[in-house]
Write a protein of this length. Structure first.
Length: 219
């Protein structure tokens, strides 16, 4: 039996899920307009373990959303996950953020191609596209969008906060933009459990999130 704690901090959503094998036990999350991971993440971890009468000593592994996404959010999530894994001598599992988001959306769109698109400043986005079998058909990249971007993948559903950039730009294309869906740590569960069974862990000492771009700090 594998008890896995899942942490999602790549976007403004702060989410913590708990699973036994591939079954979700619980999730605590908040979708905020601000980045509140520093305030809420450890509190959510404590709450979800206490509520489900699971000691931190019972954890088999921790999974973390590995990016791309918010630089600060990813740093907080990875630092927290590493601290737990070091303290309890358990493995750390990295799950691609956009694949986990696609996993969240698949229940709503079981038969559609899904484009996951996260805001990366101005008209640039982090994106991946997955077919109806959740196979990645456009690899992860940081792209500057125009009116014809990704037209070879149409029709598709676009999810993520990057979609707000192209509502007008792509209004005449065969694309559904769903702004209602949010990423959740629950999207990591199946992916993380598969990696746990395969012992596909990351090196605690050297693992870094996939920022995809250099950190930019404005004045």
């Amino acid at each position: 039996m594998a008890i896995i704690l899942h942490l999602e901090t790549a976007t403004k959503t702060c989410s913590v899920a708990l699973s036994i094998d591939s079954k979700r036990i619980d999730v605590h999350e908040i979708h905020s307009d601000q980045f509140i991971h520093g305030e809420k993440l450890t509190l959510f971890i404590e709450e979800i373990l206490t509520k489900n009468s699971i000691s931190i000593n019972h954890l088999s592994a921790v999974s973390i959303s590995s990016g791309p996404g918010s630089y600060t959010g990813l740093r907080i999530g990875v630092a927290t996950a590493k601290g737990l894994c070091y303290a309890k001598n358990i493995p750390l599992i990295a799950v691609d953020t956009l694949h986990a988001f696609e996993n969240c959306a698949r229940k709503s769109y079981p038969n559609q191609t899904i484009c996951v698109m996260l805001d990366a400043r101005r008209m640039e986005v982090y994106s991946s596209i997955f077919d109806t079998n959740s196979v990645q058909i456009k690899s992860l990249s940081a792209d500057i969008l125009d009116e014809n971007s990704y037209q070879e993948f149409e029709p598709f559903v676009c999810i993520g906060d990057g979609g707000t950039k192209i509502i007008e730009l792509w209004k005449d294309r065969n694309i559904l933009i769903d702004e209602s869906l949010h990423i959740s740590a629950s999207g990591q569960i199946d992916l993380a459990y598969g990696k746990f069974l395969a012992k596909d862990y990351v090196d605690l000492a050297y693992f870094e999130p996939n920022y995809l771009k250099e950190f930019y700090s404005g004045k």
